[in-house]
Write a protein that binds this ligand. Structure first.
Ligand SMILES: *Cc1c(COP(=O)(O)O)cnc(C)c1O
Length: 816
């Protein structure tokens, strides 16, 4: 960024300040974990709900930070040799500063908004313009009230084009983003149902989003979306670059032809025709490419850009975590290789404590403008602060600039040199992060470290998990604690992989069903308190040795707990009491409570951490009266218990549906389960899908009419058919009741039926009406084929579907 002085910042944002007024600021951070101590670094203390930046100031001062931006109603330590900028509202003041910063640049700035595709369009546009422009763009999906000002910080004097995305979830947010981004060219991607809950309808949503374009000179959009067209016509100043698939009289008319793995697109653009090819076939990708092409044409990007669409990188934008050979965890971040993404990936690596060692394999960074010496010094300090135990560098820049700062590093000139040395490197029981610029082709390294990739996988979207967590948190008071249920392999989605994310996102408690599940998490380095809901007989020793906390739900368990405490008087042992208010499963009946308390009082080295109960029908309004009764029984019983103790005891009864539907009864804690994994009791749209079960076509056979497919001759063919064989069966958790056309799958965007009986390890599908080939991807469930639909077909609940995917199916975790 271009430097500002403390006084400049205070002046621009109408804030006050203390300390040296002319102290220069050249970098700004809001995340205390990634900050690099430097005399010209400014830390912004944002008062969030779960983390308050002001509480990190003491720590950061010790690390050497001397400039702090604080809010006047917060408390923070005051150091004599530090500068403070003091604002009424720090976030708003930061936004004001970034609006000022932006206005110093006279380059075209593309602003992108809409329901879907913002990040992809931003990346593709970057990809096709970077050959002729010096482009700055939002990192990842930084499009929020905080993400946008952070993105603008990247703007620098040598840039010739800026591309920024803007996303909103509530009315009245866009004006703020417009003031900061001040786009000169707009792209309105499309409109769909995401973030519906805060808007009355799509009309209001488009109206609000259109505010981003209040002063653009040109707006790119597809006029086949009537609502977008209607609102665009109200923009008086802008030239509308409205393209269409339907209206042949439009100034920009588009046709396309679909092929197997690619699409040919022709854009008739003001009497000229431009044709190009993209390596995708879905409608969304075609629209995204057209938006990019029209924008590039209006920016006068030299025409060869059309050919760049051809090799637009595939899954460019995610960080993936898989289990690798020799008990390693492989984290492969193919997103891009700028400093921001290195920081994010190293943070992710540092959360992995399931192995004794953490390894980084890094190449030269190519997409960055910072001075190389400074850049690699910065990276060296990130490596030091993120617990990396082994660093391997590949490339000439890392050799020159990074190697001098790394004590026991191993360095190579080229990826091939590394591959040649691979047999001598002996990776074992470590978490390995691969971070490289594309030309270093780290996929070759990944191939060595990972198991064969073409197989049945359950893909888990970690962003969606965090999104769902935040969604349920939005129902909670600031001081209500949250316990997350990670029983049953986190409802089928993983063990430490999920717990790491939850720990990093500061959940207060985890809960498992059985002791072994808790021990597994402790062995993987999870330190959050863990409740064991059904401690098995004979496990007290194991529980306390692993710092787990038992739920005591009957007299037998209480007896075991008492015996343990009596023979280990040197410590105080925590317990949680479960009360049965109507589930009739585990828990003390309300009338057993006086006796329970009497017994507990004979165990002086025990401490009740919480009292809880479980609702049987909080998701269904038909049971609301029953739910209210359960809650009132719980209030009575828990008050009775609490009245005997002078220390505070937490109370909790709400599960996921309870949080959404009975949030006034959140007491001191709630227990989030299925909601985290993507199922909302209120509205399907409230949560994001987290998992996709995928496989591929391993074999295709053509069969004449009258023959049959599979066991017991159930799949009889009425017509000459093309049958695809999938390497997944009921042993993988694909329910056999989905046989014979009950279940469907998606192949190349087409839904096709399962034919015949599902076998133990294989399933056949009817692909007669598709041009599917061997190797094509097949989706069993996911965003396009929701588990709720599969659950209905099987007359069961989503819980059963997601927990049934067997552990032999590889899990792949990713961040976008
Ligand atoms: C599984 C479980 C939950 C979570 O329920 P969801 O409906 O998945 O939110 C909460 N409490 C107890 C005791 C549970 O066993």
């Amino acid at each position: 960024m271009i430097a500002y002085s403390i006084q400049d910042i205070a002046h621009i944002t109408q804030s006050s300040y203390s300390g040296n007024q002319s102290a220069p600021i050249t970098s700004i951070y809001i995340d205390s974990r990634t900050i690099i101590a430097n005399p010209t670094t400014l830390f912004i203390a944002l008062p969030g709900i779960k983390y308050n930046g002001h509480t990190f100031i003491e720590d950061l001062y010790q690390k050497g930070i001397r400039n702090f931006w604080v809010q006047n109603n917060e408390s923070y330590p005051i150091f004599d040799d530090a500068q403070y900028i003091i604002s009424h509202n720090v976030l708003q003041a930061f936004q004001k500063l970034m609006a000022h910063y932006r206005s110093q640049f006279c380059i075209p700035i593309v602003g992108i908004t809409g329901s879907n595709g913002k990040t992809i369009i931003k990346e593709w546009l970057y990809y096709i313009t970077k050959h002729t422009e010096s482009v700055v763009r939002s990192p990842r999906s930084y499009n929020s009230q905080i993400g946008v000002p952070l993105s603008l910080l990247l703007l620098d004097t040598h840039h010739t084009l800026g591309i920024f995305e803007a996303g909103i979830s509530e009315p009245n947010e866009m004006h703020n983003l417009q003031t900061m981004i001040q786009p000169t060219i707009g792209i309105f991607t499309n409109i769909g149902d995401a973030h519906q809950e805060h808007f009355t309808d799509n009309d209001q949503k488009v109206f609000e989003k259109m505010k981003l374009f209040s002063s653009v000179s040109k707006l790119v959009y597809c006029k086949d979306y009537d609502i977008i067209n209607k609102h665009a016509l109200n923009l008086s100043k802008a030239t509308l670059l409205a393209w269409s698939f339907k209206d042949t009289t439009s100034d920009i008319f588009v046709t396309y032809t679909l092929h197997k793995n690619k699409t040919n697109i022709s854009i008739h653009y003001f009497s000229q025709t431009h044709s190009f090819e993209i390596p995708y076939t879905e409608k969304a990708s075609i629209e995204n490419a057209i938006h990019c092409c029209v924008t590039a044409l209006t920016l006068n990007i030299p025409l060869p850009f059309l050919s760049y669409f051809n090799d637009i990188p595939q899954v460019a934008m995610r960080l993936e975590q898989k289990s690798g050979k020799n008990n390693c965890t492989i984290i492969n971040d193919s997103y891009n290789s700028d400093l921001q993404s290195v920081t994010v990936a190293l943070q992710f690596l540092s959360q992995q404590n399931q192995h004794p060692n953490k390894t980084l394999i890094i190449s030269d960074l190519k997409q960055t403008s910072t001075n190389k010496k400074e850049l690699y010094l910065h990276i060296a300090s990130l490596i030091a602060t993120h617990g990396v135990s082994k660093c391997i560098g590949i490339g000439t820049d890392v050799q020159t600039y990074l190697k001098p700062h790394i004590l026991h590093g191993i360095f190579y000139n080229k990826t091939n040199d590394f591959l040649a040395a691979y047999p001598t490197l002996h990776f074992n029981n470590e978490a390995i992060l691969l971070k490289a610029a594309r030309e270093f082709e780290f996929e070759k390294i990944a191939k060595k470290l990972e198991f064969q990739t073409h197989q049945t996988v359950l893909e888990i979207n970690l962003n969606a998990i965090i999104y769902n967590l935040q969604y349920f948190r939005s129902y909670l008071q600031a001081d209500t604690k949250i316990m997350v249920m990670v029983k049953a392999f986190s409802y089928g989605s993983g063990s430490y992989e999920i717990a790491n994310i939850l720990q990093n996102n500061k959940v207060d408690y985890l809960a498992v069903a059985f002791t072994d599940e808790g021990i597994e998490l402790r062995n993987a380095g999870i330190t959050v308190p863990i409740l064991v809901m059904n401690p098995e007989s004979g496990m007290m020793q194991q529980i306390f040795e692993h710092s787990l906390e038992p739920s005591i739900h009957n007299t037998a368990a209480l007896q075991e707990f008492a015996v343990y405490c009596e023979s280990h008087t040197e410590s105080i042992y925590p317990l949680h009491i479960k009360i049965d208010t109507g589930m009739a499963r585990y828990g003390f009946a309300p009338d057993q409570i006086p006796q329970l308390i009497e017994q507990l009082q004979t165990i002086p080295n025990s401490r009740i951490v919480s009292v809880f109960s479980h609702l049987v029908g909080s998701d269904d309004s038909a049971f609301d009266t029953y739910t209210e009764q359960q809650i009132s029984t719980f209030v009575q019983s828990s008050s009775l218990i609490c009245s005997y103790y002078s220390y505070p005891i937490m109370r909790h009864i709400l599960n996921s549906a309870g949080i959404e539907r009975f949030s006034s009864h959140q007491f001191e804690m709630v227990r989030l389960g299925i909601g985290l994994y993507g199922v909302s009791a209120q509205h399907e749209q409230n949560c994001m899908h987290i998992s996709t079960l995928k496989t591929f076509i391993s074999e295709i056979r053509t069969m004449p009419a009258g023959t049959t497919v599979g066991y017991s001759r159930k799949g009889s063919l009425q017509r000459p058919s093309k049958i695809g064989v999938l390497p997944i069966g009921y042993a993988d958790g694909l329910n056999r009741k989905l046989s014979n056309g009950v279940g469907t799958v998606i192949v190349n965007n087409t839904e096709v039926p399962i034919i015949g009986n599902i076998c133990m390890d294989a399933t056949m599908i009817d692909i007669t009406d598709t041009d599917a080939e061997i190797g094509d991807e097949v989706i069993l469930f996911g965003k396009e084929l929701p588990i709720t639909r599969m659950a209905e077909k099987l007359d069961t609940i989503p819980y059963e579907i997601i927990t049934s995917v067997s552990r032999r199916v590889k899990r792949l975790y990713y961040y976008e």
